[in-house]
Design a binder for this molecule. Structure first.
Ligand SMILES: Nc1nc(=O)c2c([nH]1)NC[C@@H]1CN(c3ccc(C(=O)N[C@@H](CCC(=O)O)C(=O)O)cc3)C=[N+]21
Length: 284
């Protein structure tokens, strides 16, 4: 069997059209959604991602503030910038690009973003709301994964979903969202025993490991939906997923490519969250 591709780029374009329509409706009411993106330092990968987010904003008619701070910015200086944006009624979403330089405490910065402007869905309040199924900003990557799974038409309820990885920004929330969709969820990680057998029983497999080619065809149940969250830049300068695409595509029914899969969808979901933040600010 040769798997069908889940076209992240095309799906992202669809989501961004939704965001653009909603933006237009808000503008008609006098509100222009605005996202502030803060990047500290010169990390080349972060620069690429931030440029992508700023471009997406422009495509959707969303205003953006592109804030570049030098590597040696202190935690206090960064907190002051976040506070300033937190208090600015024209700014609806605040995204501080991670990772931050080692001398800055990421948790302290995330905690300083007011939950209603936390369009990444990283703040403890949004994480907690998600856990109990209250309205919140869903973290963009896991929300994008769900949308990609749903795009296949394969029903999630009752299926065995296996998530490899337990990070706070991808693995854990992806597992929670799959549970909320009534999947039977297993979370695997570096200490997991019998990883191959567990993965091979997954109807839906989400790979968020951070190791290129970690998931091979023998770990995939025939007919599974495979979502590859990995973005590993190889020595060749190319992006590689966590899934060994060639062998996995022989077994899966559906699979996401890298690049052009989860990455673009992550950015598209950020646009939806930003529009939502503007709408909520208006309704308040
Ligand atoms: N506060 C914060 N929020 C984030 O959402 C966040 C972050 N920090 N730090 C880094 C990670 C990573 N991330 C990506 C988003 C899109 C692509 C993406 O669009 N990738 C393209 C390729 C881009 C390229 O050429 O490198 C693709 O997969 O097709 C990649 C990575 C968001 N992150």
């Amino acid at each position: 069997m040769e798997a069908k591709l889940i076209e992240g780029k095309a799906l992202a374009a669809e989501v961004k059209r939704e965001a653009a329509q909603q933006t237009e409706a808000l503008k008609a009411k006098g509100i222009t959604p605005c996202l502030a993106v803060i990047l500290v330092g010169e990390d080349p990968a972060s620069q690429v991602y931030v440029r992508g987010k700023i471009n997406d904003c422009a495509q959707c008619g969303i205003e953006s503030r592109n804030i570049r701070l030098p590597e040696e910015t202190t935690q206090e200086e960064l907190l002051a910038r976040v506070d300033e944006l937190a208090g600015d009624p024209a700014v609806h979403g605040i995204l501080v690009q991670l990772p931050l330089p080692a001398h800055i405490d990421e948790k302290a910065i995330i905690d300083a973003i007011p939950p209603e402007k936390d369009v990444d869905g990283f703040s403890p309040v949004n994480v907690g709301r998600m856990q109990i199924g209250e309205p919140c900003y869903l973290p963009c990557t896991p929300a994008g994964c769900i949308r990609m799974i749903e795009s296949t038409g394969v029903p999630i309820p009752g299926k065995h979903a296996v998530v490899i990885g337990r990070s706070n920004i991808v693995g854990k929330p992806a597992a929670m969202l799959l549970l909320a969709k009534n999947a039977t969820v297993t979370i695997c990680h570096s200490k997991t025993q019998n990883l191959q057998a567990i993965c091979a029983s997954a109807d839906i497999l989400v790979a968020a490991v951070g190791r290129a080619g970690f998931v091979t065809g023998d770990m995939i149940k025939p007919g599974a939906v495979v979502i590859d969250v990995g973005i590993n830049r190889g020595a060749d300068g190319k992006l590689h997923g966590d899934v060994d695409f060639e062998t996995a595509a022989q077994k899966a029914a559906w699979i996401t490519p890298v690049p052009g899969g989860v990455g673009p969808m992550t950015r598209a979901m950020l646009m939806l969250n930003t529009v939502e933040a503007a709408r909520r600010a208006m309704e308040k």
